[in-house]
Design a protein around this ligand. Structure first.
Ligand SMILES: C[S@@+](CC[C@H](N)C(=O)[O-])C[C@H]1O[C@@H](n2cnc3c(N)ncnc32)[C@H](O)[C@@H]1O
Length: 357
């Protein structure tokens, strides 16, 4: 086989088909790699698929062609008519994967391999081979979002998949909380508010691990709150669920958990939620924010941000320092990060405490 064909095959197998929302069984059946784990939201396989999406969106949106003339992100957005928040997350993802380079003046340029594979007039152009990615009509919306903003509308089934959030690794996440704050969980009674509780899996696991825990889960999505209510029913009066946001809660708590909500709602809403959370905590009360943060060693976490941005208008991924900063700026003390570990790169708790007057 000639050079171009071999290269196209390499890209093809690395980026073989299918997507974020396929059922687990189907995903298992298409993945032969034994190291693949569906327990993680960012397994290697899914990271490759998102990378392929990002490249295809950039090809279809004309980003690589535009960057034949190196420029800053702001200049690129302004001069070529891109929506800057969508462009930013795409470009950050492409940079993390090595397809774009940036210098210390913030000027982006194509990497050697991007010029070789992603420019139409190159004899090695692989863009057409990526058409196998058109497995979902949603994907076709990405280039439009790049130009016009907005987000892909999720179907009910897809939203159900997303609201599982940390459900797949609840146990290791709860173990991290207990290990890092043993004195907190040893108390006879700990009142916990789980904000954006999704399907309630986390509350169930917390109640199982901690006999003194009494919980309230809130979620603004009616169907999700109904599911959570059914899932916590066996715990009786120890755990309640309401269809609500933080703004409508008047009780106070020892602990507020906000698990994987910030990457859906974005930075501005996250800031507001932290201020509201603080006012629902007793003096000395604790906040725990669970997120997936960008890691230089893992382009997957940055690509996760690209994906979130396409799915939700304000979707994002946080840098660890940025996340710690917004928690600190909401007047929490002793702000610390605890990596959860396990198969999910970049899964972290950022924890803080309310001052005792
Ligand atoms: C990715 S899911 C995480 C679910 C759960 N916390 C977990 O980790 O398993 C994000 C959740 O945030 C909820 N959500 C969206 N906007 C919210 C808001 N403004 N306040 C609270 N929750 C919100 C959604 O309904 C959804 O259930």
């Amino acid at each position: 086989m000639g050079g171009a064909a071999v290269d196209v095959c390499a890209y093809g197998s690395r980026w073989s088909s299918e997507i974020l929302f396929v059922p687990r069984e189907r995903l298992r059946s298409v993945v032969a790699d034994e190291s693949f784990s569906v327990a993680s939201p960012l397994p290697v396989y899914r990271r490759w698929v998102i990378e392929a999406w990002a490249v295809f969106a950039a090809i279809r949106g004309g980003v690589f062609e535009s960057l034949r003339r190196p420029r800053t992100l702001d200049a690129l957005a302004l001069e070529e008519g891109y929506e800057s928040s969508a462009l930013r997350s795409l470009v950050r993802g492409l940079q993390a994967c090595g397809h774009l380079q940036v210098d210390d003046r913030g000027i982006y340029r194509l990497s050697e391999s991007a010029s070789r594979f992603f420019l139409r007039e190159s004899e090695f152009f692989v863009g057409d081979a990526l058409s196998f990615l058109r497995t979902t009509p949603k994907y076709e919306e990405y280039p439009t979002i790049l130009r016009e903003g907005g987000a892909v509308g999720l179907t009910t089934e897809q939203w159900a998949y997303v609201t599982r959030g940390s459900a797949t690794y609840t146990r290791s996440a709860v173990a991290t909380l207990v290990r890092c704050y043993p004195e907190l969980w040893r108390r006879e009674s700990v009142r916990v508010l789980d904000v954006g509780c999704g399907q309630g899996t986390y509350l169930v696991e917390l109640a199982r691990a901690l006999p003194g825990m009494v919980g309230l889960g809130i979620d603004p999505t009616a169907r999700v709150a109904d599911e959570a209510r059914a899932n916590v029913a066996s715990l009786g009066s120890r755990v309640r669920v309401e269809e609500a946001t933080l703004a409508s809660i008047s009780e106070t708590f020892d602990v507020v958990l906000i698990n994987q909500v910030f990457h859906v709602v974005g930075v501005e809403v996250a800031r507001e939620m932290l201020v509201q959370a603080r006012s629902r905590l007793i003096p000395g009360g604790h906040i725990f924010v669970q997120e997936i943060v960008t890691q230089e060693s893992d382009p997957g976490s940055t690509l996760f941000g690209f994906n979130m941005r396409m799915l939700f208008e304000n979707g994002t991924v946080f840098d660890l320092e940025e996340l710690k900063r917004i928690v600190t700026n909401a007047d929490f003390l002793d702000v610390r990060a605890h990596m959860v570990g396990g198969p999910t790169p970049g899964l972290v708790y950022v924890a803080g405490r309310v001052a005792v007057p």
